[in-house]
Ligand binder design. Structure first.
Ligand code: IDP
Ligand code: MG
Length: 161
């Protein structure tokens, strides 16, 4: 039993999820959190911050050549953002599924963007797109001590051990 638990803990992965200023202003914080929570993922860090433009540029550094980069960084730094780290098996990839396609016109109904957003520039949520970006984004937004380690009572029912 203990061995199984240890094996399970070793498999856990983490992703960085942020509710952007449009999601916060539209009162969608609880809605977004609820979708990750009900799925069975575990919240291990959360805070509300207004990022500086410089910080937004760091967060989106991969996109600096894109024409929308400046507007995107202005927008991300225009108001409060809810920054979170979620943990669970497959959370990086499945988190992206919960979020839906980048352009809400193309996101499936049932996804966060599909259900709650209309245009690409106001798509309410960010999620890391792979293990490397997850690691980098968590490190950019959180200090290691801000990540909380705990066992949720639901875990044995979600994972069966
Ligand atoms: P993602 O958020 O689904 O990972 P990325 O390609 O990483 O999508 O783009 C980051 C953010 O930049 C998107 O969530 C969206 O808000 C914005 N964005 C992406 N493409 C466009 C565009 O063509 N016009 C305006 N904004 C865009
Ligand atoms: Mg992205």
């Amino acid at each position: 039993m203990l061995q199984e638990q240890e094996a399970h803990a070793a498999e856990l992965e983490r992703t960085f999820i942020a509710i952007k200023p449009d999601g916060v202003q539209r009162g969608l914080i609880a809605e977004v959190i609820s979708r990750f929570e009900r799925k069975g993922f575990k919240l291990v860090a959360i805070k509300i911050v207004v990022p500086s433009k410089d910080f937004a540029q760091k967060h989106y550094h991969d996109l600096k050549e894109r024409p929308f980069f400046n507007g995107l960084c202005d927008f991300l730094s225009s108001g409060p953002v809810v920054a979170m780290v979620w943990e669970g098996e497959g959370v990086i990839r499945y988190g992206r599924k919960l979020i839906g396609a980048t352009d809400p016109q193309k996101s499936e109904p049932g996804t966060i963007r599909g259900d709650l957003a209309v245009i690409v520039g106001r798509n309410i949520i960010h999620g890391s797109d792979g293990p490397e970006t997850a690691k980098d984004e968590i490190a950019l937004w959180f200090k290691p001590e801000e990540l909380v380690k705990y066992t949720s009572n639901a875990e044995k029912w979600i994972y069966g051990n």
